[in-house]
Design a protein around this ligand. Structure first.
Ligand code: ZN
Length: 395
């Protein structure tokens, strides 16, 4: 389990011979380019080799005709501390997810911490500690945006101001604590928003003993920034209520791996029909009762592409650019100025699909040949995906 120093610099990196470049941008999902130039972790140029200044690179990567996409963003995880989850007593789940192409994870609350404090001072202290700890520690190089307090009755606007002043930028899933009524949640979500803290609400039935039901009316009244696991975590609301949420709210539509698959497909199709695919973002909601899923985001991409009939290049945007824009992250899109976080993929060996995108649309998951974060190579051939047909090489 390599811990990447947050301060390591990539120097100048050139990625050449890219066969397919996915942008993360729904409006232009495939770029007409075969070269990316990086300087100290940030993209400086994207284009054809002849148009890019590739001189003086300290690292050159020959993509060997494979696909390069923005690193995947898992919009919904429940980390605790380090690369450990008490949910299933596992070590190394974040590093394993990096081998599944995930380069950024967003905490929806450190709710699995044994003995998690529920008093207001305690929950604030935990959030601040988690934010600091993951800011200082990046398992496998993955950027874990943590420190997501679960709101409880009795919190005042000053509490949200204190959290924001201390660097907390996220709320844990609204509804996992004692605040379950729509009017109460709405007030606290508004205080959070006023102080620059983004909110996510639990949607659907209880996830594990101790959590509760949040129905469509509470979701609409609370008006959190993200309709968290709209397909349930795992128990979903009735399909008609999920479609109503897509229609009546303008907030993020988060679809998760640890949810109801049938409703996941319905939610994605509703977003397409309502012409708001830019609102769709993907998460795993792991670690969960179902365990950890290092390939969870890739599996979501394949499932939505194959069963909801959405072109694969668009579904990759749900897991990259959409999330980056909604959550104001400097990653997720292939354009100058953005973080050089990439996943290199090719069609898995012996898939029936003739191309990477076709293989995903047939329901197979791609093979990962390399993952890069901040311009630094974090792994070569993935230990978790089916083997990629071709893999990139460091020249
Ligand atoms: Zn939940």
């Amino acid at each position: 389990m390599a811990e990447a120093a947050a301060s390591a610099q990539s120097g100048k990196v050139v990625i050449r011979n890219i066969g397919l470049l996915l942008s993360g941008d729904l409006d232009r999902p495939i770029l007409d380019a075969d070269t990316i130039v990086i300087d100290d972790g940030l993209i400086t140029a994207v284009g054809q080799a002849a148009d890019c200044n590739t001189e003086g690179a300290t690292t050159v990567i020959d993509a060997r005709g494979t696909c390069v996409a923005p690193g995947l963003i898992d919009s919904h995880v429940h980390p605790v501390f380090g690369d450990w989850t008490p949910r299933q007593g596992q070590l190394g789940w974040i590093d394993s997810s990096m081998h599944g192409g995930v380069t950024t994870m967003i905490s929806a609350g450190e709710v699995h911490l044994p003995g998690r404090p529920k008093d207001i001072v305690g929950l604030k202290a935990l959030a601040i500690t988690a934010q600091r700890a993951f800011d200082n520690f990046r398992p496998g190089g993955v950027k874990v945006l943590a420190g997501a307090p679960v709101i409880e009755k009795g919190m005042t606007e000053q509490d949200f101001k204190d959290l924001a002043d201390a660097g907390v930028k996220l709320l844990g899933e609204v509804g996992l604590g004692s605040v379950k009524a729509g009017y109460e949640a709405q007030q606290m979500v508004a205080w959070a928003r006023k102080h620059g803290i983004q909110s996510t609400i639990h949607t659907g039935g209880p996830s594990i003993p101790g959590s509760g039901l949040i129905d469509k009316d509470v979701v609409l009244e609370a008006d959190a920034d993200i309709i968290g696991h709209i397909n349930g975590g795992h128990t979903a609301l009735p399909e008609a209520h999920v479609c109503e949420l897509c229609e009546k709210s303008s907030r993020g539509i988060e679809i998760v791996h640890n949810g109801n698959e049938r409703v996941a497909i319905a939610a994605a199709q509703a977003a397409m029909q309502l012409k708001c695919p830019h609102r769709v973002i993907l998460g795993t909601d792991g670690p969960a009762g179902s365990g950890v899923q290092p390939l969870g985001i890739l599996r979501m991409v394949s499932m939505l592409s194959s069963l909801a009939n959405i072109p694969a290049e668009l579904v990759f945007c749900f897991a990259t650019g959409n999330t980056a824009r909604m959550r104001q992250l400097n990653c997720g899109l292939v354009e100058p100025g953005r973080a050089a976080d990439f996943v290199f993929m090719d069609r898995a060996q012996h898939t029936a699909g003739r191309t990477l995108l076709e293989s995903v649309q047939l329901g197979d998951i791609p093979g990962i040949g390399m993952v890069m974060i901040d311009g630094l190579v974090r792994c070569g051939r993935s230990r978790n995906t089916p083997p990629a047909t071709e893999i990139p090489v460091v020249v």
